[in-house]
Design a protein around this ligand. Structure first.
Ligand code: AMP
Length: 424
């Protein structure tokens, strides 16, 4: 095959059927579970004012290095960016519309990050997620985490592990500061064992050093002080309530004191879902946490919030490696073979589709043999064969593609017959 003139841009890919069918089925399953838990869908713009994302924090890689930003053609031009995640957009929407709290929303769609592509890491990828805005009740944290855990279960995934941490309350600057001080001291004392990248992060945002996945940093990180040992009373009680709720519904988790997450805005509860069936660096299939200051940062009223984002592309890789959630059958029910010119196929397909039966046909007025070959390849359960004889009698020949048996059926009864066969 000749080299194509154009390819999909680096870090992006075309997702073709049946993979696209599977992705759609996964998103549909998430939509179903989120709406069963009382969440309504939000469809927000794919691009926003760059300022919306800047509020995520100037020491976040997603903001400083990975943004797809551009100027529009306005006068003066406005600086916009493709969304790298959805929490900021949803907080912006909350500040803009002021819905009655608690506001429970779910979403799905593409996100964009200018990252170095590799297996499981793309520049355009799909996330599904939820946010609850307007309550700091730990029950909301529990509901959100349970939804995530049950979603993975429903796909058949058994090797997704939940890690949980609390980062303390932003209101309680005392314990946050005391913790940061202890952490900085520990990291400074161990400078010589840290990677050069970790040393740069240490200057900008010491907490984020804990996020390093570099082998070289792992032992220093493992010995670092833990935020949970510094929590103020209120945050400690909040964290205890979250754990008790998860215990009550039997969701297992591990307390991971070093879990700080990639984005800067998190407070109190943070969590991550990782798949033991995926390679280490790319094993996170989702994560989230509480962000009690973000809506206010975006010009809205002081509003607590909690949510998660799950990486659909990676969840599908985890499904592959666990051998679960196979592609749903996407074949049509009936394939219409018309050797009288094509108009009969047009009419019969139209009739069947209107009756809710998936039907397809071939194009180009090909021979019976050629059309039967296409019917076979289509995976349809039935071929509906129409020749001059059938047209004259107002009938079709219905062929069972499984056992090869065939018989004549009146055209007017075809839709009912196929519906009955499908439900049997
Ligand atoms: P984050 O918004 O960074 O918390 O990411 C949430 C989830 O989205 C991660 O756990 C991954 O599963 C997924 N994810 C993040 N970045 C990428 C990417 N570049 N490519 C594919 N999936 C991603």
């Amino acid at each position: 095959m000749a080299e194509p003139t154009f390819r999909a841009p680096k870090g992006t890919r075309d997702i073709l059927a049946p993979d696209s069918t599977r992705l759609r089925a996964l998103v549909d399953e998430f939509a179903l579970q989120a709406s069963q838990s009382g969440f309504g869908e939000i469809i927000s713009p794919i691009f926003e004012d760059l300022g919306v994302f800047k509020r995520l924090g100037e020491s976040t890689d997603v903001v400083t290095k990975e943004m797809f930003d551009f100027f529009d053609k306005g006068d003066p031009p406005q600086q916009l960016a493709l969304r790298p995640e959805l929490t900021a957009s949803i907080c912006r929407a909350y500040a803009e519309h002021r819905p009655t709290p608690p506001w429970k929303v779910w979403y799905e769609g593409p996100q964009f990050r200018y990252e170095q592509p590799q297996a499981g890491r793309y520049r355009q990828f799909t996330q599904v997620g939820v946010e609850v805005l307007g309550t700091d009740d730990p029950q909301a944290d529990i509901d959100v985490i349970v939804l995530g855990a049950r979603f993975f279960e429903s796909l058949g995934l058994r090797q997704v592990e939940l890690a949980l941490n609390s980062l303390g309350s932003p209101g309680d600057l005392g314990s946050r500061q005391a913790y940061e001080q202890a952490l900085i001291e520990h990291l400074e004392q161990n400078r010589s064992n840290l990677s050069s990248q970790a040393l740069v992060t240490l200057e900008r945002n010491p907490l984020r050093v804990l996020d390093s996945k570099r082998e070289q940093d792992s032992s220093v990180i493992a010995q670092a002080p833990a935020m949970v040992d510094f929590l103020d009373d209120e945050s400690a009680a909040h964290f205890a309530a979250v754990r008790a709720g998860l215990d009550a519904v039997g969701i297992t988790y591990e307390i991971s004191p070093r879990l700080v997450r990639g984005l800067d805005y998190y407070t109190r509860t943070t969590f991550e879902f990782a798949s033991a069936s995926l390679p280490g660096a790319q094993n996170a299939v989702g994560g989230g946490g509480r962000y009690d200051g973000l809506v206010e940062d975006l010009g809205g009223p002081a509003t607590p919030g909690i949510g998660f984002a799950l990486g659909v592309d990676r969840i599908l890789l985890a499904c592959d490696s666990e051998g679960v959630f196979a592609s749903p059958r996407s074949a049509v029910d009936a394939f219409v073979v018309d050797v009288t010119g094509g108009t009969e196929a047009l009419k019969v397909c139209d009739l069947l589709r209107r009756a809710g039966i998936a039907a397809d046909r071939s194009y180009g007025g090909r021979s019976m043999k050629a059309q039967m070959k296409v019917a076979d390849r289509s995976g349809a359960s039935f071929a509906v064969i129409i020749g001059e004889d059938e047209v004259a009698a107002g009938e079709v020949t219905l062929r069972d593609m499984g056992d090869g048996s065939q018989r004549r059926v009146a055209q007017s009864l075809l839709a009912r017959e196929l519906t009955e066969k499908r439900t049997r």
